[in-house]
Design a protein around this ligand. Structure first.
Ligand code: NAD
Length: 423
């Protein structure tokens, strides 16, 4: 009975307004110098309406239909006919303007902000031209395919003063925010190591339309080196962002190794990657990703001398758990409707690593959609005419260090970031 989802009493967070006080990114904004008043409609365009762009479009539609957000999807753009047509049909605005070429879209004076969800190699020129055309920009992670393009995007943001928000949605996840605040207060002590992994067991391929093998690189761009750094840019960039955020700084060096171990299907990107990022205080961030085993899934483990936080699953484990942990765990489990089978017999030999303590939940606020929250924030920033700089810097550093890791793997050397890319 307790497992009935409808009976759960988790805090449901449906809009940014409900959690604005939690977010340094929101509360530091000035409340009075708005460039657009709440009664002015914010007009958005979405460029690249494939898998992610379609999802972002659905989030905005939800905001309009359910949260009465004063926002409009005024234009969509995609250079692939089926996605172009699907976006027109599903965007919820019968008067939407649609484009195959984003440069024509940028001529629409009334567009306030563009959301870019094209493949990685198609981010830089679109973001740069959009900012130069006076648009505020939300661009999906990672920023760009090369270090120079990432830097050029950042420089354009500085030169034009336009918003460049990068789609690292964990920055809008209350459970991450609470965890980071508690880590910074010293709750888990001195951090010695951060471990993160993102493991899947699938070929990561998208099906091509019948009779169209010529679309392989268009559809499966993630698997080819000209267009993507694969697991590093697609998955690792999120977790490198988290590590930098926890540390409050960027690494000093990175080294790593990668291979095409399992999916020998013509792909060019590594399907098996291990990296170590070292910070100047000696903390190590160990990140790996593989695509032929999913037992351990996805996690970020922040390991201090007083405790460990596992951010994806919202758990904290103290090194010296409180007294009577069994009772506390039981209460914790009942409160959170989590139950394990009770073991009848135990091993006679207990390895040093076997820790039965199942930890506590970090935050109660975990039924929410951080992707929608970051888009709500983007709309707020457009009204303000500016966004907190940390959102650009976090994206920049995550992208830069992801690409540097790729280089370190390729040449088999430990690398430091050249000065010209430091911001
Ligand atoms: N933040 C996240 O959790 C998250 C999750 C998934 C994807 N993403 C990011 O979103 C981006 C898109 O990923 P996806 O899975 O949606 O890819 P996708 O291939 O499904 O979609 C990309 C779309 O962009 C279109 N496109 C390509 N070049 C274009 C151009 N020059 N002009 C207009 N349209 C163009 C394609 O036709 C396609 O419809 C990537 O950067 C990816 O890393 C982020």
């Amino acid at each position: 009975m307790l497992k009935d989802k409808s009976k759960r009493e988790f805090l449901k967070i449906s809009s940014l307004a409900a959690v604005a006080s939690l977010f340094p990114w929101i509360s530091i904004l000035a409340q009075n110098n708005k460039t657009k008043s709440p009664s002015d409609k914010v007009k958005l365009a979405i460029i690249g309406v494939g898998s992610r762009g379609y999802g972002l479009m659905a989030n905005i539609k939800y905001m309009i239909e359910n949260d009465s957000a004063n926002v409009e999807i005024a234009a969509v753009c995609d250079n692939y006919q089926p996605h172009y047509e699907r976006a027109i049909k599903d965007c919820g605005n019968p008067k939407v303007k649609a484009f195959y070429d984003y440069r024509n879209l940028l001529e629409m004076q009334e567009i306030d902000g563009v959301i870019i969800a094209t493949p990685l190699y198609e981010h830089a020129h679109i973001a740069i031209n959009s900012m130069k055309a006076g648009k505020q920009v939300f661009c999906e992670k990672s920023m760009a395919r090369t270090l120079d393009d990432v830097k050029a995007m950042y420089d354009t943001h500085i030169d034009t003063g336009k918003i460049l928000q990068i789609g690292h949605q964990r920055l809008f996840d209350p459970k991450y925010l609470e965890a980071i605040q508690r880590i910074k207060k010293g709750e888990i002590g001195i951090i010695g190591q951060i471990r993160a992994y993102w493991h899947r067991n699938s070929d990561w391929r998208r099906k091509l339309p019948n009779g169209r093998p010529d679309l392989e690189k268009k559809i499966n761009w993630r698997l080819y080196r000209d267009f993507s750094a694969g697991l590093l840019t697609e998955l690792g960039s999120h977790q490198i962002q988290v590590a930098n955020w926890v540390m409050g700084k960027t690494p000093k060096s990175v080294m790593g190794t990668g291979s095409i171990r399992y999916w020998k299907d013509g792909r060019e990107i590594y399907d098996n990657v291990s990296t170590i990022f070292s910070y100047n205080d000696g903390t190590q961030f160990i990140w790996d990703s593989m695509t032929s085993n999913r037992k351990y899934g996805l996690q970020e483990q922040i390991m201090g001398d007083l405790g460990t936080m596992e951010l994806e699953t919202n758990k904290v484990f103290m090194e010296s758990p409180p007294a009577a942990p069994g009772i506390r765990e039981l209460i914790n489990d009942i409160e959170h409707f989590v139950f394990d089978n009770i073991p009848i017999g135990g091993a006679t030999w207990v390895p040093e690593t076997a820790i039965k303590y199942k930890g506590e939940f970090i935050s109660e606020k975990w039924e929410m959609d951080e992707t929608k929250l970051q888009l709500e924030a983007f709309v707020e920033y457009i009204r303000e005419g500016k966004a907190p700089e940390i959102l650009t810097r976090e994206g920049y550093n995550a992208s830069i260090w992801t690409l540097l890791a790729e280089q370190a793997i390729d040449i088999g050397k430990k690398l430091e970031l050249p000065e010209k890319y430091q911001i």
